[in-house]
Design a protein around this ligand. Structure first.
Ligand SMILES: C[S@@+](CC[C@H](N)C(=O)[O-])C[C@H]1O[C@@H](n2cnc3c(N)ncnc32)[C@H](O)[C@@H]1O
Length: 241
């Protein structure tokens, strides 16, 4: 990847912290899966910036005929994704990409679905708008795009509430998982709460809920909707007519 701000060390840190730091991850994944139409044949879906591969693996588990193309800029993340796919690796392809580049955006066949979690905020506003148009073009009619991501609050109150809620949710997940606050303490020590940072941030460039919904519609998506939101994180989707 060309972005020097995300390194293999960041990938390793994220793999350690993600279980604690991703709000209601299980509900997010279930919400995403519920928005994907049942494939009628061996369709192909793409996971943009698949990370450790939890969502890719969940897609392969839920849809037994679906093939997944899992993309990321980190070689160790792709390796972890292949391991996460378990017995489904025969339906998985992986590739190294830079999300900001366009060379990977023309898939080998029209896509049944495109998913992405916690990655599109690495692009700026124009970058997101171009990506949404390219995803729309890559989908087949009836295909869906579902994204989970961070969003940018519009007001100081919104930023405070998102930051407080993210801390609270990370504390809850740490205690629930381990019975200690170690996971939460590391989240704080490593400045993982974007809403606590002074900004602007060279790596994280979230956009507002309103912008994202507008840009999805402008890219041609129909039935654009916000399905879940907590602690500055959202799940939204759009369909290609
Ligand atoms: C916050 S993690 C999210 C991973 C995963 N989707 C999840 O929800 O757990 C961001 C991911 O984006 C990848 N990434 C960061 N910058 C990238 C870039 N410029 N191009 C491609 N991937 C990138 C990282 O390697 C990482 O896997």
């Amino acid at each position: 990847m060309t972005d020097p701000a995300w390194t293999e060390d960041t990938s390793a840190a994220f793999r350690d912290l993600a279980h604690y730091a991703v709000p209601e991850r299980e509900l997010q994944v279930e919400t995403i899966l519920s928005l994907i139409p049942e494939p009628v044949d061996a369709g192909l879906a793409m996971d943009i910036c698949c990370g450790a591969g939890g969502l890719t693996a969940a897609m392969l588990d839920r849809f037994p005929t679906l093939r997944m193309l899992a993309l990321d800029g980190s070689a160790s993340m792709l390796e972890t994704t292949r391991a996460a796919a378990g017995t489904h690796t025969d339906r998985l392809d992986t590739a190294l990409i830079d999300i900001a580049e366009t060379d990977w955006r023309t898939p080998p066949e029209p896509l049944h679905a495109v998913v992405s979690s916690l990655a599109i905020h690495h692009l700026d506003g124009p970058g997101k708008q171009a990506l949404f148009a390219d995803i729309h073009a890559a989908l087949k009619p009836g295909g869906v795009f579902v994204m989970a991501d961070l969003v940018e609050p519009v007001t100081a109150a919104g930023r405070r509430i998102a930051g407080d809620a993210w801390d609270a949710e990370t504390r809850r997940r740490a205690l629930e998982t381990d019975g200690t606050l170690d996971g939460y303490d590391r989240f704080v020590a490593e400045d993982w709460n974007y809403y606590r940072l002074p900004g602007p941030d060279p790596l994280d460039k979230p956009s507002s809920v309103a912008e994202l919904l507008d840009w999805l519609r402008a890219a041609g998506f129909e039935d654009v909707d916000l399905h879940w939101m907590k602690a500055g994180h959202v799940v939204m989707s759009g369909a290609k007519a």
